[in-house]
Design a protein around this ligand. Structure first.
Ligand code: ADP
Length: 477
């Protein structure tokens, strides 16, 4: 009866003495190794079974002699056809009538390929930074990693074998089920729900924003789908805050621009009065003033004229970008106009301007002209007194943007002023050396900003400067 039971079990069972010689083998054991019982009995078990993972055969005997229990051990065995297979083996002690250990029993269970692959996959999954959920074609969860347990608040046992929709908020369930079957019929690696906001559902019922990328896995058991799930709650929060600050900043900017416009506009009126009354004073009372009085009058006129220029600059600055229309702008034409405007100055100073072929861009023509006017005007103004100005204007395409360069051989700018020169009213020279209000480059920066580009400068003191700016292609609405 006992023998019958042992022969009808699917597990291979071996009886071994303490020297690992086989003294018993059931039918499943014979089938496993491919030998008959008579061929196996008397042979050493170690001929067939490999040394186990971390447990040598000696350790197994020792552990059993100390009456300690052993967990099933994964190892390989080699059958009659010299094929290597994986098995899980339970070793237990065989005791005689006196309770003394006289041998070892080995119960061998085959590890299927699937199980083997699974354990490898599990090890891999645990190294992933994201929560990983692997689902079969029926939508049942077959594998998850520890990150999934942490993120969703479920224990592994609560998820394995369950429908993956357990992790999805109720209002997306229908949509998810429909799209799941669509995906399995045409699987490819991709982000899930492109352009959609995706959410996961924790065990507590709380929904949270996620980003999911899907990949199909071909296995012997059919197609599986792996989903890498990333919690983007923090990112969403930061994005929202950024959006809020951006809006606040835009509002503040608008307010400031309006303020600058109103202030500069309204300041012009009393200033015009001062200018015209000092003009009248000069005309009608200059004979009554002594030399000192005339000098003072001259200072007043100088200062008010300068103030008027400064205010006009500010007014122009606040007007940039308003009341203009986007159009295609041929920069070659613009440059020709700018050169025309500067013609008398070019002749007077013997400046040479070389212009390469420039692109046609989509922009604000008046502003683009002002931009080149300021840069070329500065290049002539800040020329080296010992040589005529040589200026070149060129453009190249870079990562979809046009990158322009206006270079000169002028006095140059020290690197520490790289940023400062673009700030409104910032000048590096006294008015008596070079005329100006310090607003030209601020204009340039605002114009380039308006076109979605960047402006910067590279220079070597005494040798010349290169002003670069990019124009981001603005597409028409
Ligand atoms: P402005 O020309 O009215 O002084 P900008 O804003 O155009 O004001 O220029 C700011 C400062 O940057 C100038 O005062 C000058 O010191 C410096 N700068 C601008 N362009 C050049 C250049 N091409 N070469 C040397 N210095 C320059």
């Amino acid at each position: 009866m006992g023998q019958h039971i042992l022969d009808s079990t699917f597990d291979a069972i071996f009886g071994l003495n303490l020297a690992w010689e086989i003294n018993y083998c059931n039918k499943a054991g014979c089938d496993l190794l491919g030998y008959s019982a008579t061929e196996l009995i008397g042979r050493n078990y170690k001929e067939f079974f490999k040394d186990c993972e971390n447990q040598g055969f000696e350790n197994i005997v020792e552990t059993l002699l100390f009456n300690e229990s052993l967990k099933p051990i994964r190892t390989d065995y080699i059958n009659k056809e010299k094929k290597r297979r994986a098995a899980s083996i339970q070793y237990s002690p065989i005791k005689d009538q006196n309770g003394k250990i006289s041998g070892i029993s080995s119960i061998v269970r085959l590890v299927s390929q699937y199980e083997k692959a699974n354990s490898k996959a599990q090890a891999l999954l645990e190294t992933a930074p994201d929560a990983m959920v692997i689902v079969n074609k029926a939508g049942e969860i077959v594998l998850i990693n520890a990150q999934t347990e942490k993120l969703f608040g479920y224990k592994k046992e609560e998820l394995l074998g369950k429908e993956v929709e357990l992790l999805i908020p109720d209002k997306f369930l229908k949509y998810h089920r429909a799209n799941r079957s669509k995906y399995t019929s045409k699987p490819k690696t991709r982000n899930m729900g492109q352009g959609m906001e995706l959410y996961g559902k924790k065990k507590s019922g709380k929904n949270f924003p996620v980003e999911i990328s899907l990949s199909p896995l071909e296995t012997e058991e059919g197609m599986l789908v792996s989903a890498a799930i990333r919690d983007i709650t923090k990112r969403k929060k930061v994005e929202k805050e950024l959006e809020k600050y951006n809006q606040q900043l835009q509002n503040k900017n608008k307010e400031l621009e309006q303020f600058a416009y109103i202030a500069s506009h309204d300041l012009q009126e009393p200033l015009r009065n001062v200018l015209s009354f000092t003009g009248l004073l000069k005309e009608n009372y200059s004979t009554e003033l002594d030399e000192m009085g005339l000098k003072f009058m001259y200072f007043i006129t100088e200062a008010t004229t300068r103030m008027s220029l400064l205010i006009k600059g500010l007014l122009d600055y606040s007007r940039i970008g308003s009341n203009t229309k986007l159009e295609s702008v041929d920069c070659n034409v613009v440059l020709a106009m700018v050169q025309d405007d500067f013609d008398p100055l070019i002749k007077e100073t013997n400046a040479v301007i070389k212009v390469s072929e420039l692109p046609i861009i989509w922009g604000y023509e008046v502003e683009i002209k002002l931009l080149f006017q300021n840069l070329i005007g500065n290049a002539i103004k800040f020329r080296d007194p010992n040589r005529p100005a040589e200026i070149s204007v060129s453009a190249s395409k870079e990562e979809g943007d046009w990158k322009f360069c206006v270079s000169d051989n002028g006095i140059g700018i020290s690197p520490e002023y790289k940023e400062k020169i673009f700030i409104i009213y910032q000048r590096l020279h006294a008015g008596k050396d070079y005329e100006g209000t310090g607003i030209g480059l601020a204009h340039c920066r605002k114009i380039v900003d308006l076109h979605g580009g960047k402006i910067w400068m590279e220079s070597e003191l005494g040798k010349g400067s290169k002003f670069y700016f990019t124009i981001h292609e603005i597409t028409s609405a």
